[in-house]
Write a protein that binds this ligand. Structure first.
Ligand SMILES: Nc1ncnc2c1ncn2[C@@H]1O[C@H](COP(=O)(O)OP(=O)(O)OP(=O)(O)O)[C@@H](O)[C@H]1O
Length: 622
């Protein structure tokens, strides 16, 4: 979603035709949508607020939530819309000091509809959620620490992580064992899952030693794909544990956060588990926490028992959630700065943040690129891209046409292989191939967008095979699920492919002629492979290309990152970092030096007060 839109004419549906004054000017400039304007005007009428500067602030607060912030910083808000400011279109921004005063004194603030705090303007709901998250975390930190047998723990950690190369993970799991809440951070391949598996094994040992019943452990993540990955990665890491520890853990299934909390058909934002019906688990591990929105974190924290160990795992440098909030980076910044006991007992620094810094999975090259991106050093990023190795490739192109020429062989080959496997009815092979390559785009539409590139790959298939791909569900069509379907067991972000059922009379390699009908969709769901008649799938897209936002929480062997124009508002360091770190063995970046520099320079800006709340004294009210 770009932040500024261009109106197509006087009757564009995004114009609030009956509005006037400041609201209308900002609407016409593409800063506010009609919905933002309507919310502001409605609240103005209900709350008796007529000052158009205040109504503009309300509309900007509504806009902020739409774009991922939980509040709006009026002093800096002008910077969010620089391209709306042209000589012909000089926007009448109110003077910041008078504006803040007018907002702070508004009857809407008095009535509690709006909240003004830390010089930030909130719609009440989001401020409440921030206060709740901060208070719940504070309450958990104030509990006496969990009982632990130190001798068993210290001996156990040397068995679970016998090699000194695991020193960071030892320290992280000791810390997490001794506190109720841990934020475990690290870039890709820094051994977070390995640390989690070791920690769970140590906690299971503690329970056994104390003569307690076996631990109830929940593994969870925001998306089905991420949950499936977590389950597989923990199972894999467990195989490297000593046998006795492995036996104590057994098989650990993972579920999405929605599923863990219990979806309620009557309410989209409340769950079966809440403050009056806590989750039963002793340990809850949340992976990919960077993708968790403020609202979801609030729901999770209220559903967690005070004596449940909560481990929030993630990479704070990645893109934040699609919905409002940047909870993980706020937790790291806020809890890192929070006041704590000045003299904690030796080895018991109570900071909830445990950071893993050494990358183990990547070869040097992708690691160096990711580090340079994290550090915001454009020259180092370019040097890493041009280092000439196999793992990092830089296809330097200056426009979409050049990109198409450079990418044709790289994209057509896997698409044809997938088609071949699908026509032979080899669903397993097709699903495996799907995870070997991803084309990632910043945008959905436009010359660098997913739709264009999906069509382009299909055209290339047609040119190459003579098959016009008339059937929408053609064999070899890669699929991306775009909405949760609890009945079918499919979740937003699940991937799959259309195949000929094996044994079908039409399966088998053919000469390229179109084969009508008879296809099924095979999808890698959170709980295993799901095979369905294609007619049962409602919310799916083609996935020859995928947006970087959608790729969060998943990885592929080889990732091609198609950078958009340098002036794209979506192009940020976080977006680029997220895309690059989806690759397990090779990343291919397509764009120009200017685009790379623009990406490194631009940061995602999400206004939030959570880090101030976590770092400061307790809030006066809930
Ligand atoms: N201390 C270590 N020494 C050597 N290899 C390690 C170490 N820790 C983890 N590994 C290996 O590095 C790889 C990545 O580890 P792991 O999956 O735990 O990382 P991660 O941070 O969870 O990765 P991601 O978030 O990218 O999935 C695995 O193959 C694992 O066996």
């Amino acid at each position: 979603m770009t932040e500024i839109f261009e109106l197509t004419g006087r009757f564009d549906r995004r114009i609030a035709l009956s509005s006037e004054g400041l609201l209308r000017e900002f609407n016409d400039a593409g800063v506010l949508t009609a919905a933002d304007v309507h919310v502001a005007r409605r609240l103005g009428v209900l709350g008796g607020e007529g000052d158009e500067r205040v109504l503009l602030a309300v509309a900007l607060a509504t806009r902020a939530v739409r774009l991922g912030s939980v509040c709006v910083d009026l002093a800096g808000v002008r910077d969010i819309a620089p391209e709306a400011e042209t000589p012909e279109n000089d926007l009448p921004w109110p003077d910041p000091a008078g504006w803040a005063e007018a907002v702070a004194a508004s009857p809407l603030v008095e009535a509690g509809v709006l909240r003004w705090e830390f010089d930030l303007l909130y719609l009440d709901r989001y401020r409440q959620q921030e206060v709740q998250v901060a208070q719940d975390l504070r309450d958990r930190a104030a509990e006496p620490p969990p009982p632990v047998d130190d001798a068993v723990l210290e001996a156990g950690v040397l068995q679970v992580f016998p090699d000194d190369g695991y020193a960071e993970q030892r320290a992280a799991s000791l810390r997490a064992a001794r506190q109720w809440t841990t934020v475990l951070t690290g870039g890709p391949g820094t051994g977070k899952t390995t640390a989690v598996a070791g920690l769970l094994a140590l906690l299971a040992e503690q329970a056994e030693h104390a003569g307690a019943r076996p631990l109830r452990i929940a593994l969870t993540a925001p998306t089905g794909k991420a949950a499936a990955r977590l389950q597989g990665a923990v199972a894999d890491a467990s195989t490297r544990l000593p046998q006795a520890y492995r036996d104590r853990l057994g098989e650990l299934p993972a579920a999405t956060l929605h599923r863990l909390l219990g979806v309620r058909p009557d309410n989209a934002t409340r769950f079966r588990h809440d403050r009056s019906n806590h989750l039963p688990h002793d340990v809850i591990v949340v992976d990919e926490t960077s993708m968790v929105s403020l609202t979801m974190m609030a729901r999770l924290l209220e559903a967690v028992r005070p004596d449940t160990r909560l481990v929030l795992v993630g990479d704070p440098d990645q893109l934040a959630s699609v919905e409002a909030g940047a909870v993980l980076s706020d937790l790291v910044a806020g809890l890192g700065a929070a006041p704590r006991a000045t003299n904690p007992p030796a080895g018991q620094d109570r900071s909830p943040v445990a950071a893993l810094r050494t990358a183990h999975r990547y070869g040097q090259e992708i690691g160096a690129l990711a580090d340079a991106l994290r550090g915001g050093d454009a020259d180092a990023v370019l040097a890493a891209l041009r280092s000439g190795g196999d793992a990092v490739q830089f296809l330097e192109v200056s426009d979409a046409a050049e990109a198409a020429e450079a990418l044709r062989p790289h994209l057509l080959r896997p698409a044809l292989e997938l088609r071949d496997l699908a026509r032979r009815g080899d669903s397993r092979g097709a699903l495996e191939l799907l995870d070997r390559h991803r084309l990632l785009c910043a945008h959905r539409a436009g010359p660098f967008g997913v739709r264009t590139w999906n069509r382009r790959v299909e055209q290339w298939i047609t040119e190459e095979t003579g098959d016009p791909l008339w059937e929408p569900m053609y064999p070899g069509r890669p699929l991306l699920v775009t909405a949760n379907d609890y009945g079918l067991g499919l979740y937003n972000g699940d991937t799959g492919v259309v195949v000929r059922p094996s044994g079908s009379p039409r399966s088998g390699p053919t000469d390229g002629a179109a084969l009508p009908g008879g296809t099924v969709a095979v999808l890698a769901g959170a709980t295993g492979t799901v095979e369905l008649a294609t007619s049962r799938l409602a919310d799916v897209d083609t996935m020859h290309a995928m947006t970087i936002h959608k790729s969060q929480g998943s990885q592929a062997d080889v990732v091609t990152v198609l950078l958009p124009d340098a002036d794209s508002r979506l192009l940020t360091r976080e977006l680029f970092y997220t895309a690059v770190t989806r690759a397990q063995s090779t990343v291919r970046v397509v764009g120009s030096e200017d685009v790379v520099r623009a990406a490194v320079e631009r940061r995602v800006q999400r206004a939030s007060g959570l880090r101030h709340r976590l770092a400061g004294p307790p809030a006066a009210e809930r």
